[in-house]
Design a protein around this ligand. Structure first.
Ligand code: SAH
Ligand code: ZN
Ligand code: ZN
Ligand code: ZN
Ligand code: ZN
Length: 500
């Protein structure tokens, strides 16, 4: 059972694990990270296995050991023990107390401003003694404004690795959003963006922007007021601070004085797309309800930052999002930052519902405008007249295969046996295309026409789907999806393993 969620990240290709979103009234048991998620094992034939609840935020049982079969009867005693455990995991210091501490800290003379690296906390006078054997450093006013540089990025390999934007990428995002007239930025898992927004306001050269950070990393509560930071879990839309905290989000989302709101989210790459999409849809719905009637059908503008190989899955869950060619780089990710040797390709992209032609990508960094596609693309991404798109996803120049009637990766060759393009050393003759339906294995129809597809769709169908329209993820598992997710998840896992 230990690695059961790992299987969601598919160590075993014969089945996948899918998240089942709960219907309206149903609630999941809670772990210290809020309501758990319901998982279901799906085997090759499309049969589903026993369902279980597990932590939404932590992949590794070492980080959160919650596990419960869906049909388990949990005794009163165990429930009480669980509640006590959840309470004991709450942060020892409240956000409010942190705010008072910050004000005191801010007014200290420079030589008394100290940060304990071991404990990752700002120390007030009188507290140094207790940390005398720890590594304590002085904090300048400038450092106090850049918590993401002061705090050590979390390096939890499986679930919580923090990859911080390079200044270049963060400024690109900020300048782009400011240029498009957004005045409020909801930063979901983007502490560095929030920081740059506040620094930009200090310059007093531009119209001020507001920002609110939603993040699970409670260390940030030391630096931001309750209007600027909410302790939040983006996999289950859980506010650790309860209603007072979700009220902060509501207040932020209301567009007073025509201050346009945009959301920027940069979830951990190992993250499961479906629950993330669900949370972002809920944020969008909250936003929609707060706006005047004319935007009653609109989606909240958003940018979801994620690796390109999740594109099919993201578009399946949130069809209004388009993937842009822009490559996001990170400071502390050895693979994707710019080394001295020049540009390294980053697999991380922007998925957005903002009109692609409005997101101007910098020419100096090798992007150009494609007038046919009406979007900015990497210069290498040549427009294909036959496909009528700029086809490249991974930043390399793709080439058209007339047999497949589509553009393919440059490393692929057309294989006569498989009847499609593949890597030269692909397992020949075992082409997926000949497997038939991904769900039930039948050779008579494809996944889309599978009678089982609707069964599983109805089961995980959310009660409010119809009311809320297209922006709600409404599909459920199929073998095909599980499989594609596995490929993407495997690569995400590889990325996470290459940490700092
Ligand atoms: N590139 C961003 C950081 C992205 S790293 C920047 O430079 O600002 C992923 C972020 O998501 C981290 O800040 C991490 O603390 C946060 N995070 C991880 N799991 C989360 C969860 N379950 N809910 C909310 N935030 C989470
Ligand atoms: Zn948990
Ligand atoms: Zn300490
Ligand atoms: Zn083509
Ligand atoms: Zn081909």
């Amino acid at each position: 059972m230990k690695d059961i969620k790992d299987m969601a990240e598919n160590n075993d290709d014969s089945f996948g694990i899918e998240v089942i979103l709960l219907e309206g009234g149903k609630t999941a048991p809670c772990c210290p990270h809020g309501p758990t998620l319901l998982f279901e094992k799906v085997s090759k034939g499309g049969e589903t296995g026993r369902r279980f609840y597990a932590c939404s935020a932590c992949r590794d049982r070492k980080d959160c050991s919650f596990f419960q079969w869906e049909d388990d009867k949990v005794s009163e005693v165990r429930l009480l023990a669980r509640e006590a455990e959840n309470r004991s995991k709450r942060p020892p210091i409240s956000h409010q107390t942190y705010c008072t501490r910050f004000r005191k800290f801010d007014s200290l003379p420079l030589d008394q401003k100290t940060f304990c690296r071991d404990c990752q906390t700002l120390l007030l006078p009188g507290e140094r003694e207790a940390h005398s054997s720890h590594q304590c450093i002085g904090v300048t006013a400038a450092q106090l404004r850049r918590p993401s540089m002061l705090l050590c990025p979390l390096d939890n390999k499986k679930s919580n690795a923090q990859y911080l934007f390079t200044d270049r990428s963060a400024h690109f995002l900020l300048d782009t959003l400011a240029g498009l007239g957004y005045r409020k930025v909801l930063c979901v898992g983007t502490p560095r963006l929030q920081e740059l927004i506040k620094l930009r306001n200090l310059e007093q050269k531009h119209e001020p922007m507001k920002s609110l950070l939603l993040d699970i990393d409670f260390r940030y509560a030391q630096f931001y007021s309750q209007d600027e930071f909410c302790h939040y879990n983006m996999f289950n839309h859980h506010f650790f601070g309860g209603e007072a905290s979700s009220a902060v989000l509501q207040a932020f989302l209301k567009e007073c004085d025509k201050e346009k709101v945009v959301m920027v989210a940069d979830p951990p790459f190992g993250g499961l797309v479906k629950p993330l999409a669900n949370s972002f849809s809920l944020i969008s719905q909250t936003w929609r309800k707060l706006q005047s009637s004319e935007s009653s059908n609109a989606d909240m503008p958003m940018m979801w930052i994620f690796p390109y190989f999740f594109e099919p899955r993201i578009r399946e869950c949130l069809p209004s999002l388009t993937m842009l060619d822009y490559q996001v780089d990170y400071d502390n990710h050895p693979l994707y930052k710019h080394g001295k040797t020049g540009r390294k390709q980053s697999p991380v992209r922007l998925f957005t519902n903002i009109c692609p032609k409005d997101v101007v990508l910098p020419k100096e960094e090798g992007y150009r405008f494609c007038s046919v596609c009406q979007r900015y693309v990497l210069s290498l991404n040549k427009h294909c007249a036959k496909c009528n798109v700029c086809p490249s996803k991974d930043g390399r120049e793709w080439k058209h295969c007339s047999a497949c009637e589509k553009c393919v990766k440059p490393s692929w060759k057309h294989c006569q046996t498989c009847g499609r393009c593949a890597l030269p050393d692909h397992p020949c003759g075992q082409s997926e295309g000949k497997e038939g339906c991904f769900i039930c294995g039948s050779l008579l129809h494809k996944r889309k026409a599978c009678p089982r597809r609707d069964i599983s769709r109805i089961r995980s169908h959310r009660s409010n789907t119809k009311k809320t329209g297209k922006n709600v993820p409404q599909h459920s598992v199929s073998k095909g999806k599980a499989k594609r997710k596995s490929g993407a998840a495997r690569r995400a896992k590889k990325m996470a393993a290459q940490s700092v």
